[in-house]
Ligand binder design. Sequence first.
Ligand code: SAM
Length: 283
Amino acid sequence: MPWFAETLHRGVRQTLAVRRPIATVTTDFQRMQILETEAYGRALVLDGVVQTTERDEHIYHEMMTHVPLFAHPAPRRVLIIGGGDGGIAREVLRHRTVEAVTMVEIDPGVIDACQRHLPRICGGAFDDPRLRVIVDDGAKFVRTTADRFDVAIVDSPDPIGPATVLFAMDFYRNLSRVLRRPGLMVRQAGSLFLQPDESVEAARRLRRAFAIVAPYVAAIPTYIGGLFGFLLASETVQPLRATPAALETRYRRARLACQYYTPAIHRACFALPASVRARLAPV
Ligand code: SAM
């Protein structure tokens, strides 16, 4: 059986046994592979880096979605930057209180391939009338849009190729501008152990654009290297402002029945190892 080797990290390789390659496409932006893997089911790979897999995608998509949406008092309008596999959109649209979702994805080839080959990740998201898909650079969109949003979810790859602009100061300043008050954004911040500089630099820049920056963590098997980092940022919203009872009530009313996220996880995921807190949230 052939093996796929991910070489994102220096000196560390993740190899996955491949039952069969399902699609290999070089789009205008990146090299995309969809692989049937032995251990994780179907996997989306962009420029040699695992983006998401059928078996563990729910952890990342639930933590990137329900933490911000339950941290916000009443999210109605949600912006997704990237997210072409549809997993974030699927989870956002499960919130019946959300009225409109705008996804800004630079590569239509990813959307097309994931709808065709990864239906277990996107589900019916792309058919939901509340979803508007804009094919564009997310950095350009937030620089020019007159729209305003309650929550922004930056579901970008690592700072490689077209995603590099989604880690720039301008992008964060424009994100802050397109958020209503109250408003908040989240972004993935990479493996805290294997990519420490990525999360530290992202947190540093976010602190220049937002008054509140709150790191949180989860363990996601195919994002190797132990704890995976997320960064929530806002001018006014503290992610733990809701009492445990209030969070429980909102979660129960939403009738989500998540596989990973729970109100207890929501509170616990902001408890950081001492060294991570010192690096990402220095007092
Ligand atoms: N969960 C993955 C992770 O954490 O690395 C990200 C998955 S999602 C497939 C990433 C998406 O971001 C891709 O579809 C890619 O095409 C898109 N993307 C990259 N750069 C972008 C940009 N500048 N604007 C909008 N979308 C972008």
